[in-house]
Design a protein around this ligand. Structure first.
Ligand SMILES: C[S@@+](CC[C@H](N)C(=O)[O-])C[C@H]1O[C@@H](n2cnc3c(N)ncnc32)[C@H](O)[C@@H]1O
Length: 263
């Protein structure tokens, strides 16, 4: 980040800085080869995401919420939300970044599904209490100013008995170790707010909820983002070696801390 950009960010309100960053750095955009906004573009990013996050359809039943009111906080370009909508959920997506919301709308048009979208801060939502059956926030707590406030808002807008699904980054992860050893920064570490959590911190943030279940997910898969000798070493040696180790030894190092909770 240049000094000018840094100064501009510091002079902005924190939430404006988050919106400005994510308007410029749409998640996974760097991998796209198809023109932005086309069906090919969204399908390419969906394929990339679900190859990288192959655990996700195993732990989140995208077609299991038919007829339910589902909110995604920090929906990005709506890749997961299209899957929920295709599965029959009545979906709403919010994000601080207006470009994400525009692209989410285009994604829904391209896939011929319907959803409601709004630029909104997930820490201070305008929805009534107890509005949704399910609230999903994947990869958002770690990029907002006050993740505790976001978790409390999710609790507020959920109906009693409703389900919350969060994903936060694990501070004690294999990926963080690799990033230090290979001196390669992790994606979006330059975001205005970026943090990692211990499992205890994730549990602490979701203490308002009942039936909190935490799982460790996302283990090494070959990178398509990086090139050169580091990527060759990573893909050829590390990914293979790591995945030969028994999961009971490495399970606690999963990069994604998934929390499933009930209001
Ligand atoms: C890493 S992206 C994740 C996008 C999407 N959930 C996914 O998994 O691809 C983080 C998103 O969270 C949004 N975000 C960060 N803080 C937010 C807040 N307080 N309210 C709403 N959205 C927020 C950002 O604008 C960005 O689109």
């Amino acid at each position: 980040m240049t000094a000018g950009v840094m100064e501009e960010r510091q002079s902005m309100d924190g939430y404006q800085a988050i919106a400005a960053y994510w308007n410029e750095h749409i998640h996974d955009l760097s991998i796209a080869t198809k023109p932005i906004g086309t069906k090919g573009f969204f399908d390419e990013l969906d394929a990339y995401r679900f190859d990288k996050l192959r655990y996700l359809p195993r732990v989140v039943d995208f077609s299991g919420y038919g007829g339910k009111k589902l909110l995604e906080v920090g929906c990005g370009i709506g890749i997961d939300l299209v899957r929920f909508a295709s599965g029959g959920a009545e979906v709403t997506g919010i994000d601080l970044a207006s470009r994400s919301i525009e692209l989410s709308r285009q994604n829904f048009e391209q896939h011929d599904v319907s959803g409601a979208f709004e630029v909104m801060n997930g820490e201070a939502m305008s929805f009534e209490d107890a509005s949704f059956d399910v609230v999903y926030a994947h990869g958002v707590l770690q990029y907002t100013m006050n993740p505790e406030a976001m978790a409390a808002e999710v609790f507020r807008v959920l109906k009693p008995g409703g389900t919350a699904i969060f994903m936060g980054y694990n501070r004690r992860s294999w990926l963080r170790l690799m990033s230090v050893l290979l001196r390669t920064p992790l994606e979006h570490m330059d975001a205005p707010w970026y943090r990692m959590f211990t499992s205890g911190e994730m549990r602490g943030m979701t203490r308002l909820f009942s039936e909190v279940r935490l799982t460790y997910e996302r283990f090494p898969v070959p990178t398509k983002l990086h090139k050169g000798w580091k990527a060759t070493l990573y893909n050829g040696v590390f990914v293979r070696g790591f995945n030969l180790l028994p999961r009971f030894l490495t399970g606690w190092t999963g990069w994604h801390l998934m929390v499933f909770a009930r209001r």
